[in-house]
Unconditional design. Structure first.
Length: 636
């Protein structure tokens, strides 16, 4: 006859920490399982089966947005983009309250994102006026009797873009260049010289200084000589408007606003912008004497260039990068955060249509060129004006490195001209595209750190592709893997292309598109209208165990060994319920197979089939538990 075991078991009532770690070791009774150290015999039968299944990895989605989107779809994790006008600088292609992820991207070179729903290639540039000297090179656009032109001033030579060398009147190194639309004004350390078009110039007003700057703003010529600011009349007679208290102060640029002229300068690590207001009480508005401080730059940041545009915006180029300021009703400038950083100082700014074109030294894949800023596309707004930021991306490039001293419009056209010191002036082509360009998305991670299995890529292009297009994947380790290339004239579509890389689940990937212009027509190249990734959760899926357990005062194990005592069920049930209510992870031991799992108790139900005997004896029933694994199998 089998023996009887009546020893009371020490069921845990010890809280979360002990509960999660508690285990059970087999002794005299052959229990089947243990949960949090509490042993049980199973009660598996046809009526009470044990089941094992995978847990659902994606919850039911609820979408209460006005317009349907990817968040409305089930099964796949989707991320796509069909417009790129928000510009570059996005780290993660994740949704946020401002929806930037839908219109922004990581970075680009040689690619134009500024047409809604389209990525195309930028036009190329070529040296137009070569210069190998190390002198600053200044350019300034003008309309030469209906022909788009620009002046080029470098060392002691002034030229027109039509090839004409201009006798401007001076023999010293050119320090600054300005125009009133018809006449040019050239400053050296002796004089400011004035001439018309490609005609000869003559000394107009004296400089006689170590630093000379001339600008045409608000319908008048402004001249900065060392730490002093002058206004000149039509005859070249200068009127002193402001003297900075620091004789070491250097003025760097002028800009115009609606009712004021602004002047930037620096001394040492201090840099500021001053305002000269207009007095409109007379027939002709005149400048008030004395400058008023309107903006102070952070310590160590020096303003090198200013450009007022549309009476509202002020481009601010510094030794650290570029900022956009806005003019308030009082004529003061409130500037936003650094929009982008550059390798060298931003020495010049131009504008056309809704864009700023910003000089960028060694900042486009190591070469010099331009950035473009879209003033019509704010990407971040705040409660106050300085919180506003605007879309930007790299633009024209030279393919060489060097200081970019000047940028200007090519006459009245939409083409730009910029200079690279010791190389020359670069003119944007009228139609020829860059030979190649690249576009890279932000990191696609679906707004979660868990790993994903990236399965499919789609890239939307026109049916007849001009040039060729290559799609690649960049993984977290920096590796780049080509996915597919569509050759010139190819009709193949990048639609649900299976991704062979990354071979394992990763937190994020990036899409890189490489554009190559047509080999038949240099004015055409590929176009991209959108892209999409499809992915699945990459974490190991959780399993669900649903197990019926015997929970009686007295039970028999598989060997017929009797175990238990009166009141055992209630104590064991209350111990189990305490574990379940605590909500912590516990050990689930498969004592028969010697395996252990870390699980959560999702659900349980105790089912009592009959009334207990007199005085509550023979109390018991069946305990149905639903356990969800949260860690891999551990050998017991």
């Amino acid at each position: 006859m089998a023996g009887s075991i009546v020893t009371r078991l020490p069921f845990p009532f010890s809280g979360r920490t002990v509960a999660g770690a508690a285990t059970y070791a087999l002794k005299d009774v052959r229990y089947d399982v243990a949960i949090g150290g509490i042993p049980f015999l199973t009660a598996i039968s046809d009526e009470r089966p044990m089941t094992r299944e995978l847990a659902q990895t994606q919850r039911e989605q609820f979408d209460n947005s006005r317009n349907p989107g990817e968040q409305s779809l089930a099964d796949w994790w989707l991320r796509s983009q069909s417009t790129f006008v928000g510009g570059a600088g996005l780290l993660y292609q994740d949704p946020d309250v401002s929806n930037e992820f839908a219109i922004r991207f990581g970075e680009s070179v040689g690619v134009n994102p500024w047409v809604n729903g389209s990525l195309t290639m930028l036009r190329s540039t070529a040296v137009d006026i070569a210069d190998a000297t190390v002198n600053p090179h200044f350019v300034l656009g003008w309309d030469n009797a209906g022909t788009d032109s620009y002046w080029s001033g470098v060392a002691t030579t002034l030229k027109s873009s039509d090839g004409t060398t201009i006798t401007w009147g001076g023999v010293e190194t050119i320090r600054s260049l300005a125009s009133d639309g018809t006449n040019y004004y050239v400053a050296d350390l002796n004089n400011v010289y004035k001439g018309a078009g490609t005609g000869n110039g003559a000394a107009w007003t004296a400089t006689g200084t170590t630093n000379a700057l001339v600008r045409w703003v608000k319908g008048r010529i402004m001249i900065a000589l060392d730490h002093q600011v002058y206004e000149a009349d039509a005859a070249g007679v200068k009127t002193l408007r402001f003297t900075h208290l620091n004789s070491a102060w250097t003025w760097t640029d002028f800009a115009e606003g609606t009712n004021a002229i602004y002047a930037s300068g620096f001394a040492g690590s201090q840099s500021s912008i001053y305002k000269f207001e207009l007095d409109a009480t007379g027939d002709v508005p005149t400048l008030t004497t004395g400058g008023v401080l309107t903006a102070q730059l952070p310590h160590g940041e020096v303003v090198h260039s200013l450009l007022g545009y549309l009476g509202t915006f002020v481009g601010i180029g510094t030794n650290r990068g570029f900022r956009v300021g806005q003019i308030d009703d009082n004529g003061d400038i409130a500037y936003g955060p650094l929009l982008f950083a550059t390798e060298g100082p931003v020495r010049s700014i131009a504008a056309f249509d809704r864009f700023f074109f910003v000089a960028a030294e060694n900042s486009i894949d190591g070469s010099s060129g331009l950035y473009r800023v879209d003033l019509g596309q704010p990407i971040q707004t705040g409660d106050v004006t300085p919180g506003i930021r605007f879309a930007y991306a790299t633009d024209l490039q030279s393919g060489v490195s060097g200081e970019v001293d000047s940028v200007t419009n090519f006459g009245n056209s939409d083409r730009m001209v910029f200079t690279v010191r010791a190389s020359g002036s670069y003119l944007e082509s009228a139609g020829e595209l860059e030979t190649s360009g690249t576009f890279t998305t932000g990191r696609v991670r679906y707004n979660t750190l868990i790993k994903k299995i990236f399965k499919f890529l789609s890239v939307k292009t026109p049916d007849d592709l001009a040039g060729s297009l290559t799609a690649s994947i960049i993984d977290p380790g920096g590796g780049e893997t080509s996915v597919i290339t569509i050759s010139q004239g190819g009709s193949a579509q990048i639609e649900n292309v299976l991704l062979q890389s990354p071979a394992t689940a990763v937190e994020w990937i990036q899409l890189k598109l490489t554009f190559n212009r047509s080999t038949v027509d240099t004015a055409t190249g590929p176009e991209v209208n959108g892209w999409q990734f499809k992915a699945l959760p990459g974490e190991v899926k959780q399993r669900i165990f649903t197990i019926p357990l015997a929970c009686f005062d007295k039970e028999k194990d598989v060997h017929g060994q009797l175990v238990g005592f009166e009141g055992r069920t209630r104590a064991r049930l209350e111990g189990f319920e305490e574990l379940a209510q605590a909500g912590d992870a516990v050990q689930f031991q498969d004592l028969y197979n010697g395996l252990s799992y870390l699980v959560l108790i999702d659900e349980y139900q105790f089912e009592q089939k009959a009334n207990p005997g007199l005085n509550g004896t023979n109390y018991g029933g069946y305990l149905y538990v639903k356990l969800r694994t949260i860690a891999d199998v551990i050998t017991a």
